[in-house]
Design a protein around this ligand. Structure first.
Ligand code: ADP
Ligand code: AMP
Length: 219
């Protein structure tokens, strides 16, 4: 399957994407994780991306689209993929459609994770991620690591993202409403959107997502 996950920062996209990708046997492609890997490897792309990310802005489309395209063209993504955090504006959604059209393939579903803003703020404030791999995600109270400050998956150090500070989060939410939310209408026009209530336990949200994908598959 080819799936896009949308939702505000802190909605639980990364958390769900890891589980759904495992369940469906497709790679989880997160542009945020790809940028953070570039930042830790101190690449030119990482240096460029960091200045935008720290300000809560989107990284320019040209570099983001090129990076996402390159990742989607890796052999493991041939049979499907789950996109998390891409596309993030209508221009990126159009670029994705062009790429898929050129290969005569289609998206199967767009899952829109719905969470009230006050919950998103709490989820982000307590989020801790792993230095080794930013897809290893914890929360100080909702899903704490077994040993404080240490990643359960790989033993790496847990830290708070620079862009999870209160001011930057406010800016990221603004950017979400103005630039990312319009892609929901873009995909609604293609009949692809499934709205997933994303409050409640992580397992419950995964179950709702898998049920929605089954309905989509049966169409
Ligand atoms: P996103 O990728 O949408 O920014 P994350 O998956 O990183 O969001 O989740 C944000 C924070 O919320 C993380 O600390 C994560 O552990 C926590 N979280 C995710 N899903 C839930 C949930 N259903 N209930 C409580 N906390 C959650
Ligand atoms: P995320 O890990 O999805 O919360 O993304 C963290 C940050 O990376 C965002 O606030 C943006 O600065 C940048 N980013 C991630 N994905 C994209 C994208 N598709 N387009 C532009 N910027 C992105």
């Amino acid at each position: 399957m080819r799936i896009v996950l949308v939702g505000p920062p802190g909605a639980g996209k990364g958390t769900q994407a890891t589980r759904l990708a495992k369940e469906l046997g497709i790679p989880h492609i997160s542009t945020g994780d790809l940028f953070r890997a570039n930042i830790s490897q101190q690449t030119e792309l990482g240096k460029l991306a960091k200045s935008y990310m720290d300000a809560g802005n989107l990284v320019p489309d040209e570099v983001t689209i090129a990076m996402a395209k390159d990742r989607m063209e890796q052999p493991d993504a041939e049979g499907g993929f789950l996109l998390d955090g891409f596309p993030r504006n209508v221009k990126q959604a159009e670029a994705l459609d062009e790429l898929l059209d050129s290969e005569d393939i289609k998206l199967d579903a767009v899952l829109d994770l719905e969470v009230p803003e006050e919950e998103v703020v709490k989820r982000i404030a307590g989020r801790r991620i792993c230095r080794n791999d930013s897809s290893h995600v914890f929360h100080v109270s909702y899903s704490p690591a077994k040993k404080q400050g240490v990643c359960d998956v790989c033993g790496g150090e847990l830290y708070q993202r620079d862009d999870d500070s209160e001011d930057t989060v406010r800016k990221r939410l603004e950017v979400y409403h103005s630039q990312t939310e319009p892609i929901i209408d873009y995909y609604k026009a293609q009949g692809l959107v499934q709205t997933i209530p994303a409050m409640g336990a992580v397992d419950e949200v995964t179950r709702r997502s898998l049920d929605a994908l089954k309905r989509e598959d049966g169409k």
